[in-house]
Design a protein around this ligand. Structure first.
Ligand SMILES: [Zn+2]
Ligand SMILES: [Zn+2]
Length: 240
């Protein structure tokens, strides 16, 4: 539905990459892949612990640091710190433009910092505000789990990654995976815009689709521009 509202055709989705088995990332995966016969890239551990049945001929695996080609794009997975069986982050590259998909991470490990530096656009988790989490209604156990090294990235951790390690060509920072109870889009927007510089800050909503951003090479400079339409030859990927 969200894709449809943006004029995106599900038939152009060539692959789905699964980052880990938590429900918020795999619900709907089985029916999506079955209905549209979309290949699913998932590691054997994640598949085992996800308890979902995907049609055998649609299952593909991936290995960390071993790029997979999908159309003209290359998808490289690398390990992330999160309380799941075999969690990975992804870098999607094409035409020498790199887009990072970094959510569900307990802390910014060295590989993440290294890849973040190379990004022209990044989809980065800003899960919680420290104060809201600590003074909020969650149990002690849950507070500990979320803020642990295998939990989620806080606003301040994400901001530190952005201010200390962004590359000169980071054009778009799309902030995502915001907690419903321990964060607000307004807070994140204000916090990051203070330090944005030449980077456009976009806060992804929990409730509606984010606009489509196209990745284009513009002469010598690599440029990303916000577009309202989709070119027919574009390859689309879904990263869960
Ligand atoms: Zn998640
Ligand atoms: Zn998760």
């Amino acid at each position: 539905m969200r894709m449809k509202r943006q004029g995106l055709d599900i038939k152009k989705v060539k692959a789905v990459f699964v980052s880990h088995e938590h429900t918020d990332h795999i619900s709907g995966l089985r029916s999506l892949s079955k209905k549209h016969q979309i290949p699913v890239y998932i590691t054997s551990h994640t598949l085992r612990d996800s308890y979902i049945r995907i049609e055998k001929h649609l299952i593909n695996s991936f290995k960390e640091m071993d790029p997979v080609s999908i159309g003209g794009l290359s998808v490289t997975a690398f390990k992330k710190s999160h309380d799941a069986s075999d969690p990975h982050s992804f870098i999607v590259s094409g035409d020498q433009v790199n887009v990072g998909i970094f959510t569900d991470i307990g802390f910014a490990c060295k590989p993440l910092i290294n890849y973040f530096r190379q990004c022209h656009a990044a989809f980065l988790e800003t899960n919680y505000c420290d104060d809201m989490l600590m003074t909020g209604s969650y149990s002690k156990y849950l507070k500990k789990r979320i803020s642990s090294k295998k939990g989620h990235l806080s606003n301040s951790q994400a901001l530190e990654l952005f201010t200390r390690h962004k590359g000169n060509y980071l054009k778009y920072l799309i902030l995502s995976h915001l907690s419903k109870n321990n964060n607000t889009p307004e807070l994140v927007d204000k916090l990051f815009n203070e330090y944005a510089g030449s980077t456009t800050i976009v806060v992804a909503s929990r409730y509606e689709e984010t606009a489509v951003y196209c990745v284009e090479q513009n002469g010598d400079a690599k440029d990303l521009y916000h577009c309202s339409h989709t070119e027919p030859e574009q390859v689309q990927l879904s990263l869960f």
